[in-house]
Design a protein around this ligand. Structure first.
Ligand code: NAP
Length: 263
């Protein structure tokens, strides 16, 4: 049983859909005060509304993680509404597919701006409030793609997700004196709107490659984020937790046979 996060102020970026929404709902359900962030205010407010309807505390704000001004405004909104910032879940990310030979500088920059610069800007915007408390939890949503595995047509994405882990290690060292930890969750293939956007063939292929025989749910990732943000994880920093149903494990694609349903 983890110490309840009642009253803690958490910011979740990319929280109007998918994994970020799962994280926001999970933190809301354990009593944290949640700032739900996405570029579309109506979507962010809808998720905040779900948390409030369930008895929690939340508010939606519109902000683009690739904008320094937006990230500053986001952090200020959390301080004004929720009295500070205890936890940042830097989750917003995009994963378009483009063959390497056809990838434009614009394609590359868009992914890096959102996934890498977005992580840097969200973290740095929250630092003054976390340093003031001499305590903080930063949880990044990286991926197995890049740090551990590769996927064709996602070179920019794979590079961005590996870059988040380099950022994490250096930031963890630098922020340790303030008792601010920086860790990452590395999801496998999680059933989200974004994953569905990669097409039914991709989803089918991924599903078939997971030893636990299902795609992950957003709450599988949220539970790992919740642990890394907990008091019980206070001595863990610069680490990553793979949450992938065993997907990175099979050697040569070998998996145990299906059980006989009659047995
Ligand atoms: P998703 O379903 O596409 O949702 C993405 C969320 O991020 C939305 O709320 C979106 O809202 C927001 N967003 C996108 N660009 C943004 C920006 N520039 N500024 C602020 N918010 C932005 O994606 P997902 O599948 O949940 O993925 C979330 C994270 O998990 C990403 O970092 C991704 O790399 C990582 N991940 C996902 C999987 C998976 O299988 N799904 C696997 C590994 C890692 P708006 O468009 O309204 O801004």
């Amino acid at each position: 049983m983890l110490t309840p996060l009642t009253g803690r102020s958490v910011i979740v970026t990319g929280a109007s859909k998918g994994i970020g929404k799962g994280i926001a709902l999970r933190f809301g359900a354990v009593g944290a005060k949640v700032l739900v962030v996405s570029r579309k205010i109506e979507d962010a407010e809808a998720v905040a509304g779900e948390i409030v309807a369930a008895g929690g505390t939340a508010r939606g704000v519109a902000a683009d993680v690739s904008s320094a001004d937006d990230m500053t405004a986001m952090a200020e909104a959390a301080v004004a509404a929720h009295g500070g910032i205890d936890i940042l879940c830097a989750n917003a990310g995009i994963f378009p597919t483009v063959p390497l030979a056809e990838m434009s500088v614009g394609d590359y920059d868009k992914v890096m701006d959102t996934n890498v610069k977005g992580t840097f800007l969200a973290v740095t915007a929250c630092l003054p409030a976390m340093k003031a408390k001499r305590n903080g939890r930063i949880v990044l949503t990286s991926s197995i793609t890049g740090p551990i595995t590769g996927v064709p047509f996602m070179t920019h994405y794979a590079a961005s997700k590996a870059a988040q882990l380099g950022f994490m290690r250096a930031a963890a060292l630098e922020l340790a004196p303030w008792r601010i930890t920086v860790n990452a969750v590395l999801p496998g293939n999680i059933a989200t709107e974004g994953l569905a956007g990669l097409g039914p063939e991709h989803v089918k292929q991924m599903e078939a490659s997971v030893p636990l025989r299902r795609l992950g749910s957003v709450f599988d990732i949220a539970n790992a984020a919740l642990f890394l943000a907990s008091d019980e994880a206070s001595y863990i920093t610069a680490q990553s937790i793979v949450v992938d149903g065993g997907q990175i494990l099979p050697e040569g694609g070998m998996m145990a046979p299906e059980l006989d349903p009659a047995a």
